[in-house]
Design a binder for this molecule. Structure first.
Ligand SMILES: [Zn+2]
Length: 318
């Protein structure tokens, strides 16, 4: 009897220990899963909790990498191309190396806002080295070697090129809303300002957070864009034209009413961007600024649950 009782007791003990251990392991697994950024590998590769937008420090020029929560990857402009040694000595990125370092070898789409070298140049090695599903551009023609190479590369690699115009909505996945605000029409011109004013401007919405990528538009287009009224309201703006004083139309900025402005600009650039007039207007409007020449690479992570659900990480704080 004693033996039987002992056996019973020990049976109950091991059973409860087993249940306790089992529950503890489940708790541990759940804890590990929710703490890890990709839910312990349960999510598909490339999945991010947030929309990630990298304003890449390409020196004087624009380059913006967008990675969606569903794992799609888009590039808006590519900065210029210089030899690697020069890029290193200037402390700036070459976009194709930047993508490689992030393990990216495929892009769901590339936007060429306009064909000036500080936007298109860095796209060429990307077209050469990466698999690209499609390209969107503004339809402007440009008489440069870079532009001719771009057209030839797209043709050679059979990458479909679509000319976009205001009102178009780009399909970047169901969780994102991407609208083309500008240009309204293709303008055949070689004038510097006319080409800037052809810049594709995009409004990107993820949840409750809006982002405006304004290319190199100048005041003429800022005036045109005010027709969108309140719909321009964005928490974050990629400051038009590297912070030039050609692009500081106050009513436009008032409608956008951003909390943050990102200036894609190179250190000691010959254009003296950003201009004091621009910095003054943004500062007086209470808009906070990040700029590539001061902060290096700037990464925006958008949760989108509410209007303030976004944050920045930067390479350096100056
Ligand atoms: Zn530019």
């Amino acid at each position: 009897m004693v033996e039987y009782g002992f056996e019973q007791k020990s049976f109950k003990t091991s059973s409860s220990r087993f249940i306790f251990t089992f529950l503890f392991l489940i708790f541990l697994a759940a804890w590990a899963i929710f703490l890890s950024p990709n839910l312990a590998g349960l999510l598909p590769p490339g999945f991010h909790k947030d929309l990630l937008v990298d304003f890449i420090n390409v020196g004087q020029g624009d380059s913006i990498l967008i990675r969606t929560p569903a794992g799609k990857t888009f590039l808006v402009d590519g900065g210029t191309v210089v030899p690697l040694a020069q890029a290193k000595s200037e402390g700036r990125e070459l976009v194709h190396y930047y993508l490689r370092n992030l393990g990216i070898d495929y892009l769901d789409g590339v936007v060429v806002t306009h064909p000036h070298n500080d936007h298109l140049g860095g796209i060429l090695p990307v077209l050469k080295l990466f698999k690209i599903k499609q390209v969107w551009d503004c339809g402007a023609d440009f008489n440069t070697m870079t532009f001719k190479d771009y057209v030839a590369l797209c043709r050679q690699k059979r990458i479909p090129v679509t000319v976009v115009k205001s009102g178009d909505v780009l399909d970047w996945g169901a969780e994102l809303f991407v609208q083309v605000l500008h240009p309204t029409e293709v303008v055949k011109s070689t004038e510097f300002s006319d080409i800037n004013n052809m810049s594709i401007s995009l409004l990107i919405r993820y949840g409750k957070v809006n982002l405006l990528l304004a290319g190199d538009i100048e005041e003429k287009v800022e005036i045109e864009l005010t027709r969108y009224g309140d719909k321009l309201k964005c928490q974050i703006i990629k400051v038009p034209h590297h912070g030039s004083d050609t692009s500081i139309y106050k009513p436009f900025l008032k409608l956008v009413a951003p909390v943050w402005g990102i200036i894609q600009v190179g250190r000691k650039n010959v254009f003296k961007h950003p201009r004091p007039e621009m910095l003054d207007l943004y500062s007086k409007s209470g808009i906070k600024i990040y700029r590539n020449d001061h902060q290096g690479n700037i990464r925006l992570a958008v949760g989108g649950c509410d209007a303030r659900d976004f944050s920045f990480t930067v390479d350096r704080e100056l």
